[in-house]
Design a protein around this ligand. Structure first.
Ligand code: TRP
Length: 331
């Protein structure tokens, strides 16, 4: 615990919308895993945030939060090193959300590019809730309530982080210095392809879950997208356009060169290539699957881990709120 004081504080979160897939793994989880030794990490299941865009699926949130916890533990997030918790268990987020909502104008929130995109893509018209507009305010509260110095995020989240910094600045200016201005730690990952070659995304139905069984992995890899110009096994292939090849690069780096040259010379066919990949990724993800299963088969232990993480988070958040109350002179 004491050494944590000298480490910089990190907070990041994910919305629990279902089992995590290879894109989430390469885009975030793997990076989080590596940050655990260097930073005082806080990883949060952003369950309240799901309400902003998926109110129709509200009843699934509790179950999905547990599933996300299992995926995290399976992937190596360590409750001994990091604070792993669920947002809605720490009510201080809601209080700071209210206070931060006064630190930002409506116009600024309406101009948020993520918000504008969602309205366009989800065809939401006039059905936008007050809470949805305020998504970045709740996110700011998530970050600031732990006085985080850095936030590992994908590039898409940069506008939200800028808003967080603005709210922190405004609070500090009006009331006094409480919050550090958090820096983004941008996760570098090139577009990670799904089974259809497009960006892997749950909404496109092209995902492979990190918890997938060997049978499921084979079933999803078999029909996956390859070089469209390679119609026959005897046609030379172009690995750089093939999803399978990107997966080799990510998960089986030792086999990349051989795979590329055998593809280009047409000495390895796509079916063989996929089977070899399947064998490799099944092995690659086996430790994750096993670890996940251990916790899944011991729900009491999982409950304890979740409760302990939420308690740790709550104590820290309450400490920040006390500072906020004192600085503001109310609350
Ligand atoms: N908005 C983030 C996403 O969609 C999830 C999130 C909620 C988050 N609160 C956060 C990320 C705080 C970083 C910090 O991915």
């Amino acid at each position: 615990m004491s050494e944590n004081k000298t480490k910089k504080v990190i907070l990041s979160g994910m919305r629990p919308t279902g089992r995590l897939h290879w894109g989430n793994y390469t885009g975030a989880l793997e990076n989080w895993n590596q940050l655990q030794d260097e930073y005082n990490c806080h990883f949060m299941v952003a369950d309240w945030h799901v309400l902003t865009t998926a109110l129709d699926k509200a009843k699934e949130i509790g179950h999905n939060s547990r599933e996300m916890f299992l995926d995290w533990l399976g992937a190596g997030l360590d409750p001994e090193k990091s604070v792993l918790f669920i947002q809605s268990e720490v009510k201080e987020h809601a209080e700071l959300n209210l206070i931060m909502s006064m630190m930002i104008s409506m116009g600024r929130l309406e101009r948020n590019p993520t918000f504008k995109e969602q309205i366009r893509d989800l065809n939401m018209g006039n059905e936008i809730s007050f809470g949805h507009l305020g998504y970045p305010v709740l996110q700011a509260a998530d970050i600031l309530v732990y006085k985080a110095h850095a936030v590992p995020v994908g590039e898409d989240q940069l506008p939200h982080l800028e808003l967080t910094r603005e709210m922190a600045r405004k609070f500090n200016r009006i009331f006094g210095d409480v919050f550090p201005e958090p820096e983004p730690l941008v996760t570098k990952f090139s577009r990670f392809p799904g089974t259809d070659g497009k960006r892997m995304s749950k909404s496109l139905g092209n995902t492979i879950e990190i918890s997938a069984s060997p049978e499921e992995i084979i079933k999803k890899i078999k029909p996956a997208f390859t070089d469209p110009a390679r119609l026959r096994k005897t046609d030379p292939g172009h690995p750089e356009v093939c999803a399978i090849y990107t997966w080799y690069q990510k998960f089986l780096p030792g086999q990349v060169e051989e795979t590329a040259s055998e593809c280009r010379s047409a000495s390895r066919g796509c079916v063989d290539c996929k089977m070899k990949l399947a064998d490799g990724v099944i092995e690659h993800f086996a430790p994750l699957r096993d670890r996940r299963a251990e916790y899944e088969n011991d729900p009491k232990r999982l409950d304890e881990i979740i409760a302990a993480g939420c308690e740790k988070a709550q104590i820290e958040a309450a400490c920040t709120m006390e500072k906020v109350h004192n600085t503001m002179g109310i609350g």
